[in-house]
Design a protein around this ligand. Structure first.
Ligand SMILES: C[S@@+](CC[C@H](N)C(=O)[O-])C[C@H]1O[C@@H](n2cnc3c(N)ncnc32)[C@H](O)[C@@H]1O
Length: 211
């Protein structure tokens, strides 16, 4: 169950809580964007300014980073961001209702390049099933990284799932935004690649006659 609301603006979620719509309002008419692993959340704030009518869910496990996001939102008068301290698999695998999200952003996640740490990577085939489940029809998954090996691995996982199609236009409206880490990597001369995939609808195969 929900532990407690640590302060006014950040909801702290423990791993055994199940339904996000029991603790925050998710109006079906509102477009929801999730910034998963938002860090200090500059990207979330930019998104909230651009789309004041949307709900931005900014989620991370690090409370200190979320506090920075909340303070910035207060300074800038942003009121359409909900900060959640929650682990990604808990939020996307358990709590988020089906077909709730317009766009999921996972931007500059830790690439875990060493073989012995690879199991920490978020993006795997099981995870993609959850991404598909939570996206609305036509919903998008936006992923960025500076790590070419991670990008290659993620592309393989996404395409092998057969649940998504490439949709580069899905990032055109926010191509001018940079996350905190993207600015850091760019400052070190590293390019960050952005990729968007759109949810494919699963259709019944007309040639299938089984029961
Ligand atoms: C490299 S930072 C990127 C932050 C931000 N997206 C950016 O581009 O500036 C990765 C963030 O993901 C968070 N994170 C890592 N694993 C996570 C997980 N399993 N669930 C939720 N957040 C996670 C970390 O706490 C960190 O803030």
């Amino acid at each position: 169950m929900l532990n407690k609301i640590e302060d006014k603006f950040i909801k702290i979620i423990s791993s055994d809580y199940c339904r996000l719509d029991d603790i925050i309002d998710l109006p079906p008419e509102k477009l929801i964007e999730v910034d998963m692993g938002c860090g200090k959340g500059s990207f979330s704030t930019l998104l909230a300014h651009r789309y004041p009518e949307r709900l931005i869910i900014s989620a991370d496990v690090m409370i200190g980073r979320l506090r920075k996001l909340v303070k910035r939102n207060e300074r800038e008068g942003v009121d359409n961001i909900q900060a959640l301290r929650v682990e990604a698999r808990v939020l996307l695998g358990m709590m988020m209702p089906d077909q709730a999200v317009h766009r999921l952003h996972i931007l500059c996640p830790d690439p875990w390049p060493k073989d012995r740490h690879r199991s920490n990577r978020l993006l795997c085939s099981d995870f993609m099933v959850h991404v598909h489940r939570i996206l609305k029809p036509g919903g998008m998954f936006h992923f960025s990284t500076d790590d070419v090996n991670y990008l290659e691995a993620v592309r393989k996982v996404v395409m092998a799932s057969q649940l998504f199609e490439e949709y580069p236009e899905g990032f055109a409206d926010i191509a001018d935004f940079k996350t905190d880490f993207e600015r850091l990597w760019n400052g070190q001369g590293k390019a960050v690649s952005h990729n968007v995939w759109r949810r494919r609808e699963l259709v019944k195969d007309p040639s299938y006659r089984g029961h």
